[in-house]
Ligand binder design. Structure first.
Ligand SMILES: [Ca+2]
Length: 644
């Protein structure tokens, strides 16, 4: 007789995609194993090498060509497949861009319709304290993929430029970093990234693609190597370093005016200035203009591009088709890989500005273009979930939905808000310490494995996806480096009460702005802020005059003693505690200080991927589908909407 946990183990591991007749066989295999009193071995359902050379045991035995004994022998002759992980599901990971936690129905929004995401939470597990490792795209995504604080990989910035600015810059996710996609690829998974990357392309030459997704464990890539920007649409103010561009433009005008004044003065004999000086000044002005306008003047061509694997398909991209193309590519990938283990990371371009929304969704929500864009995103999520259901992958696919960080409060056009809402939480995108910048939606669904309708308040991190996915795939996390994520499965299944996080370190660039302490014996979550951004205007709750809050310098206020909040009682961080009001103040601060000291000891110097040199446009690194600088091309893809 088989013990219940073994039966569950085998029904999870042996039976998967489309193997409706497999339960009895799983039992038979297990009986064979237990009768020989050998260690349990899980089915190699997700070993690519096995899939290629030996058909799935379920399929073979169904056709009657292979005995159970042979199956068992096959299983245990392949040591890599004899693991004790509970199961090896497919993974569909969906990451929204700049979506606020308050924008989703199941997190309390009742004015934007997100029925598909809400349904995901209803049938799965909703995390109430799901934390991004950074409050802007590039570092948050690097941490998500590697399970490590971005400061460890050099993906955190020490300058005002907190994210990568160009496809043609040399910074990016270092080739020696290991993504979960890389480990799953080694475990036999078919891996794909569809959507946004924003973690660099090249190091030294135009086509070395050292930072490219295909060099980081993805077998397939379709999407933007960069990120959406207003420049991609061309109808709004430029978004990329607007104040810097304004400054360069002002200098150009001043030099031009000076040259004209000197020429007129010379011709009218007002100034005894030499022609040589005037010509030198004119040349300097021209060089200055060319040096900045060659990059910022053509941002749409340099940054707004789409790629399929190593090839550029659209330069510049046609935004009107992009959402459909992304959906079509994701759906096609699922269908193409439904009979083999897959990891699909759908990194949505929604809901980042410029909020390109198809006509069908325009004017539908009560929150203008932003709300329309959120509703369109929810519809896309629904289409992906439908495909999983239709292809009978529901019970064998772990689905995850999150946002890379909080909504952007500063994204506005005149009086209309173009960024997200972070609910009751203070702050937003760009604010590495305040809760609104880093607390995001986090939902898991795995039918039959995770309890439906569960809500978990424990602190969890986007970095937890790394060890969770790796363990479920039967892989092992790298032992030669610090991994900051903690595996989530026991918490999600309800077999443990607490998450693996005692402390979380909240960075803004390379600057530690806040620390969270989950005091497990009391259940209290404390948070201490060492630095907070200076809001402009004061008390506005955001940095409207700067566009995004700075992480250092006169743009932040340092706190000594730190601002301490009891997040369990005061999640909006409205009432800072002091030694007078909180008896545990000194104890908590002492414990947090010690944790910071220990954390600092684990950091090692690494090359700075976002340094000024690594984050400037370099023409020789610019991806180009023609002969540089003549870069434009368009792949015909006009049947996209009919497919989805
Ligand atoms: Ca983002």
């Amino acid at each position: 007789m088989m013990v219940p946990w073994l039966k569950e183990h085998f029904s999870n591991t042996v039976c998967r995609n489309g193997c409706s007749r497999c339960n009895s066989q799983a039992t038979a295999i297990m009986t064979s194993v237990t009768s020989h009193q050998l260690p349990s071995c899980s089915c190699p359902t997700h070993s690519r090498s096995l899939n290629r050379t030996i058909p799935h045991p379920c399929a073979r035995s169904a056709s009657g060509h292979l005995s159970y004994l042979n199956i068992w022998l096959i299983l245990c002759l392949f040591p890599r497949t004899c693991v004790s992980s509970p199961s090896k599901p497919n993974f569909l990971l969906i990451l929204a861009d700049d979506l606020g936690i308050g924008d989703v129905g199941c997190y309390g929004n009742d004015t934007i319709r997100t029925p598909n995401i809400d349904g995901l939470a209803k049938e799965g597990v909703r995390l109430n304290q799901h934390i991004a490792a950074a409050a802007v795209c590039t570092p948050s995504r690097a941490a998500f993929l590697t399970g490590r604080y971005p400061i460890r990989s050099g993906m955190a910035s020490s300058t005002q430029q907190q994210v990568l600015f160009w496809n043609g810059c040399s910074g990016g996710l270092p080739p020696n970093e290991t993504t979960f996609a890389r480990i799953l690829q080694q475990q036999g998974y078919s891996t794909a990234l569809v959507g946004k990357w924003h973690m660099g392309v090249n190091c030294k030459t135009r086509r070395d693609h050292c930072h490219h997704p295909l060099n980081h464990g993805f077998d397939y890539f379709y999407g933007m190597p960069f990120t959406l920007l207003n420049e991609c649409q061309g109808t709004d103010d430029p978004e990329l370093a607007k104040s810097l561009q304004d400054k360069y433009w002002l200098y150009t005008q001043m030099i031009t005016l000076a040259v004209f004044t000197l020429v007129i003065g010379k011709l009218a004999n007002f100034f005894p200035v030499k022609w040589k000086i005037i010509i030198c000044l004119a040349i300097c002005g021209l060089l200055h203009f060319l040096s900045w306008f060659s990059s910022y003047g053509f941002t749409k061509y340099w940054n707004c591009i789409l790629m399929r694997n190593h090839d550029i398909t659209e330069q510049p991209m046609n935004l009107n088709r992009t959402a459909f193309n992304i959906l079509k590519e994701a759906v096609t990938f699922i269908k193409r890989n439904k009979h083999r283990p897959f990891l699909l990371f759908v990194s949505l371009l929604h809901v980042h500005t410029p909020l390109t929304t198809t006509e069908k969704f325009q004017g539908r929500s009560r929150h203008g273009l932003y709300g329309d864009n959120v509703e369109e995103m929810d519809w896309m999520v629904g289409r992906l979930l439908n495909v999983i259901d239709k292809e009978s992958l529901k019970n064998t696919t772990l689905i995850y939905f999150a946002s890379d960080h909080g909504g952007s409060l500063e994204a506005r056009r005149r009086n209309s808000q173009l960024g997200g809402w972070n609910g009751i939480y203070k702050g937003g995108k760009g604010m590495g310490g305040w809760e609104g910048g880093i607390r995001v939606p986090g939902i898991f669904k795995w039918s039959g494995v995770l309890p439906a309708g569960t809500v978990i308040d424990e602190p969890t991190s986007l970095m937890d996806i790394f060890p969770t996915v790796v363990h479920l795939a039967g892989g092992a996390v790298p032992q030669d480096r610090v991994i900051d994520g903690r595996t989530l499965l026991p918490l999600l299944r309800g077999s443990v009460r607490h998450s693996g996080h005692e402390f979380m370190f909240h960075y803004c660039g390379v600057f530690l702005h806040a620390v969270r302490w989950h005091q497990k014996d009391s259940g209290t979550v404390w948070k201490a802020h060492y630095a907070t951004p200076v809001f402009q205007p004061e008390a506005s709750g955001a940095c409207f005059r700067r566009g995004i809050c700075p992480c250092f310098g006169d743009g932040v206020t340092h706190h000594d003693p730190p601002l301490l909040f009891n997040l369990s009682q005061d999640p909006s961080e409205a009432n800072p505690l002091s030694a007078d009001t909180e008896p545990l103040f000194d104890t908590v601060m002492r414990r947090i200080r010690k944790a910071v000291e220990e954390h600092h000891k684990t950091l090692t110097p690494v090359p700075q991927q976002l340094s000024p040199y690594n984050n400037i446009w370099k023409p020789w690194l610019q991806p180009c589908c023609g002969t540089f600088p003549f870069c434009w091309c368009h792949e015909e893809n006009n049947k996209a909407d009919s497919i989805v």
